[in-house]
Design a protein around this ligand. Structure first.
Ligand SMILES: NC(=O)c1ccc[n+]([C@@H]2O[C@H](COP(=O)([O-])OP(=O)(O)OC[C@H]3O[C@@H](n4cnc5c(N)ncnc54)[C@H](O)[C@@H]3O)[C@@H](O)[C@H]2O)c1
Length: 256
């Protein structure tokens, strides 16, 4: 498959290596500053024009929360299957979903492309469901990432928080700031640490007066994230060709 990479930073380079190992061809890399990118551009119109010219059959976008929404808006009219990895744009999700349908195209987005993290989502959901039968248990989330990460808390932590709230009805709101007063029982605290080069750790605590249950997912290498994103593009492209599912925005739970 001919693939265009929008954003040629850490993930972009990893995606090239994983995609090529799987026999795909990278026909374009676009990035405003990366010296080894094929095209140095930052305007979304220029990026979309370069993608169109490249003859790409699929696009993978890993850039920055401040530019991703405009990139998506300009890429959708090309009607090429689009996988978005950039996080930090949750508040635009409904608007983008509508644009995907309006443009009659296929898009995939996930806060975390690792298969392990997606298994962790299911484990946490089940744990929250079980724990919610016992009033004694409280819950909190903590995540740590490298200092280059732009958004905080991570998209993955917000996804885990949403799964906890779906399965633990006592938790109704997420608090990401520090507490300056005693937390109320319906608040779910999600805290973040930024340190060094940590690739990503997410921890869920279920705590009672008698014990604590801790569930942890630790990323060892970012290769798993890149592999998940390439698999997502393969799945999306096949879905588009077979017309098995209608145009729309898909995610990991649809693929797995
Ligand atoms: N969903 C996931 O599984 C997952 C995994 C890892 C990273 N991420 C997210 O992906 C994003 C990128 O991560 P990274 O580690 O590659 O970051 P990075 O900083 O190493 O690379 C981002 C690249 O995007 C480029 N860029 C900035 N503006 C651009 C624009 N307008 N058009 C094209 N490129 C542009 C930057 O110059 C940089 O080279 C972040 O938001 C990160 O949180 C998501």
């Amino acid at each position: 498959m001919k693939i265009a990479l929008v954003g040629y930073g850490q993930m972009g380079h990893m995606l090239r290596s994983v995609a090529e190992k799987k026999g795909h061809e990278i026909v374009l890399t676009v990035d405003p500053i990366a010296k080894d990118a094929d095209v140095n551009a930052s305007s979304p119109e220029e990026i979309a024009a370069a993608v169109k010219k490249s003859g790409a059959e699929g696009v993978i976008e890993f850039t920055h929360p401040s530019v991703v929404v405009n990139n998506i808006k300009n890429l959708l009219p090309l009607q090429i299957p689009l996988v978005v990895g950039t996080t930090g744009w949750n508040e635009h999700k409904d608007e983008i979903r509508q644009l995907v349908e309006k443009n009659q195209t296929y898009m995939f987005q996930a806060a975390n492309y690792s298969i392990g993290v997606n298994l962790f989502y299911r484990i946490v959901s089940e744990a929250a469901r079980l724990v919610s039968s016992y009033d004694d248990y409280d819950c909190a989330l903590w995540e740590a990432h490298h200092t280059k990460k732009a958004d905080s808390p991570s998209g993955t932590a917000l996804e885990i928080a949403s799964l906890v709230m779906q399965n633990m009805p006592s938790k109704k709101t997420i608090v990401t700031d520090a507490f300056h007063q005693r937390p109320s029982p319906e608040q779910l605290h999600v805290s973040s640490t930024r340190i060094g080069s940590v690739p990503g750790t997410h921890k869920v605590y279920f705590d009672s007066p008698f014990d604590t249950i801790e569930l942890t997912h630790t990323v060892r290498s970012r290769e798993g994230l890149a592999l998940g994103a390439v698999c997502a593009l393969e799945w999306l492209s096949k879905t588009e060709k077979d017309k098995k599912l209608p145009c729309g925005m898909y995610t990991m739970s649809d693929m797995l």
